[in-house]
Design a protein around this ligand. Structure first.
Ligand code: NAP
Length: 272
């Protein structure tokens, strides 16, 4: 850790992706030193050197497939020993855009591991230290899709809803402390999220322009509103998010967000 880090360390999963790398940059600007977690060593090393060069912070790397729970246990053990850890960003994730039955079950289970088991295990590992020091924040990157339980994004929507309920409930347990937890629920963000195999069937042109939010804005909103258990960046997304939570709007939301069936024989999805 460098002297400029003010003794604060942030861990970011999915660090080399669109939102992950933006989290790293904005946290480095705020003088955090970083532990970057992702599954490609080369990309991690390149990002770590960039952050050191551009912001003078120390950035270490941890290469792991976070859908593999043995690998996640190892990371959790390491995190539980870091006394300067004040921020955990559970950001790694990927999308699916096919009907439930058309996706390989292994891909569903990878998603449940990555979006549910991993944030739970890592949060459980870091919270005791944060509570003992009475300082810290956890950000669980969820999605507006948490409120669209509809055709073609079954597992994505279900796992992202878990993160909202989990974060809201844990935040109740953290009342009266200086430790916060947030479910960050972006609308649409231009990142490599849409480039992976499992998102090939998704037609980005269907999404109205006003639902797209820049990665910089998503991350700034999140970091500036750590006290919010559910944070939705972008005014249009915030309004839509409110509407989506109203039972009367649910049938419309389901119809609008519905994806058509695109079965491709022999083309099982791979996680992103
Ligand atoms: N983009 C959007 O419109 C949008 C909207 C709402 C929520 N989100 C959420 O935002 C988060 C970040 O997504 P993004 O938009 O920044 O997409 P992205 O650019 O594809 O970044 C995702 C990152 O997660 C990593 N990752 C995926 N599976 C992993 C695994 N098994 N182990 C370790 N790392 C893994 C990816 O690594 P690889 O490069 O190796 O795949 C990548 O670095 C996700 O949780 C996503 O669900 C995105």
């Amino acid at each position: 850790m460098t002297s400029e880090s003010h003794g604060q360390l942030a861990v970011v999963t999915g660090a080399t992706g669109g939102l992950g790398s933006q989290f790293c940059r904005q946290l480095a600007e705020r003088h955090y030193s970083l532990l970057l977690v992702d599954r490609h060593e080369e990309a991690l090393t390149a990002l770590a050197s960039q952050l050191h060069r551009d912001y003078g912070v120390s950035a270490e790397t941890w290469c792991a497939n976070l859908a593999d729970q043995d690998a996640v246990c190892e990371l959790a053990d390491r995190l539980s020993t870091l006394s300067e850890l004040t921020m955990l960003v559970n950001n790694a994730g990927f999308g699916q855009s096919k009907f439930f039955v058309d996706i390989d079950v292994g891909n569903h289970l990878d998603m449940i591991n990555l979006h549910v088991h991993t944030p739970v295990r890592l949060s459980h590992a870091v919270l005791p230290g944060m509570l003992a020091r009475n300082q810290g924040a956890i950000i669980n990157v969820s999605s507006l899709s948490a409120w669209t339980p509809c055709a073609g994004i079954v597992q994505y929507s279900a796992t992202k809803q878990f993160l909202v309920t989990f974060s809201e409930a844990v935040s109740e347990e953290l009342r009266g402390t200086r430790v916060t937890i947030q479910a960050l629920c972006p609308g649409f963000v231009e990142t490599s999220f849409f480039a992976v195999d499992s998102m090939k069937a998704f037609d980005k042109k269907r999404v109205p322009r006003f639902l797209w939010v820049a990665p910089e804005e998503v991350v700034r909103y999140s970091l500036n509103h750590l006290e919010q258990p559910v944070a939705v960046p972008g005014l249009a997304c915030r309004i839509l998010g409110r509407l989506m939570r109203m039972p009367v709007a649910r049938p419309f939301v389901r119809r609008l967000a519905r994806n058509e069936r695109h079965p491709t024989p022999g083309d099982d999805c791979q996680s992103g």
